[in-house]
Design a protein around this ligand. Structure first.
Ligand code: NAP
Length: 295
């Protein structure tokens, strides 16, 4: 039996659908049974309730499980959540944890200067030292972060991508590609003790991103280049808590300081996944980008 966590989140919901689409059975841990209803409708998904931070709640989830795909939220509690979960998995006899991690594509990006990548490195180290077999899947920025309504998404009402990262290039990757790799990894032999980096197929400026969205929607999107302070003020006005504003400020600073990005497609190739271009992603989501979200 195999288990995934985080199956109703941004990345996990697409991964769960990929398991269902391929007809690969999976058990999915959710902490809120009401939110878990969306997963119960998927064929081959067994939904169990529990909290990754509460070992006593994980008995049914971990019973008979040999491999886990571990995903949780990129928030301040991520290190504690995933490390407590690794402890529980080890105690329950899980043999292998595949961790959805993260790695920025910027060639000069310092992972220690951004708390998100720092947290992932800390968890990776904890997992490596746990004695449980491990695999790290390290995607770059998700393409889905540009969708209207996402934390750092476009302003669909104004057809603008408002960013404080100048002309830096990023290599975002489609979560659908990550999902295909993750499903393959759960059945793969010989991936223990390895870290897999994964980006999209192009390093793009924000102007090039908006050109793809414009071409897909027929609506002219533009890149609105703003200062770091202006972006902080906009996020604060959107009602983001100060710790989220600080986290985003750190990642924008790292991206400003790293004008170039790598393109790393070896993981796509290793698992037979065709890389999705941003233009293809934008066409698939043309309806989402085309109009402001309904209020
Ligand atoms: N955004 C990017 O561009 C990017 C790039 C590379 C890597 N990543 C990494 O990808 C990972 C997933 O990100 P995401 O945006 O998909 O996160 P997300 O939308 O917040 O989803 C996380 C999921 O984890 C669940 N979860 C959190 N704490 C839990 C707990 N204690 N017990 C059980 N379930 C728990 C959440 O359940 P609830 O709904 O109950 O809260 C949710 O389903 C993060 O580690 C992030 O750093 C992100």
């Amino acid at each position: 039996m195999q288990l995934m966590t985080g199956g109703i989140g941004v990345a996990g919901s697409i991964v769960a659908r990929e398991f269902a689409r391929q007809g690969v059975p999976i058990r999915a841990l959710v902490r809120d049974p009401v939110k878990g209803a969306s997963l119960r409708e998927l064929p081959g998904i067994e939904v169990v309730t529990g909290d990754m931070r509460v070992p006593g709640s994980l008995g049914a989830a971990l019973d008979g499980v040999d491999r886990v795909l571990m995903i949780s939220s990129p928030r301040g509690d991520m290190v504690d959540t995933q490390c407590r979960f690794i402890d529980a998995a080890k105690a329950a006899g899980v043999g292998h944890v595949v961790k959805l991690s993260g790695k920025e594509s910027g060639t000069a990006f310092d992972p220690q200067a951004f708390r998100g990548t720092r947290w992932h490195l800390e968890i990776e180290r904890y997992l490596e030292e746990s004695g449980v077999a491990w695999t790290h899947l390290r995607p770059s920025q998700f393409m889905q972060t540009y969708l209207p309504g996402a934390l750092t998404g476009v302003d669909a009402a104004r057809a603008a991508l408002v960013m404080p990262i100048g002309e830096s290039r990023l290599s975002p990757v489609d979560i659908q590609d990550i999902a295909a790799v993750a499903v393959a990894m759960m059945a793969a032999d010989g991936i223990e003790g390895r870290a897999y980096q994964m980006t999209g197929p192009e390093a793009l400026t924000m102007t090039e991103i908006t050109e793809s969205i414009s071409a897909a929607t027929g609506r002219r999107y533009r890149y609105e280049r703003v200062t770091a302070d202006r972006k902080r003020a906009l996020h604060a006005a959107e009602g983001f808590p100060p710790e989220v504003v600080d986290l985003l400020d750190e990642i924008y600073a790292g991206r400003r300081g790293s004008p170039e990005s790598v393109v790393e497609l070896s993981t796509h190739r290793a698992f037979g996944v065709e890389p999705t271009t941003f233009a293809e992603f934008a066409r698939r989501h043309a309806a989402d980008f085309a109009a402001p979200p309904a209020s």
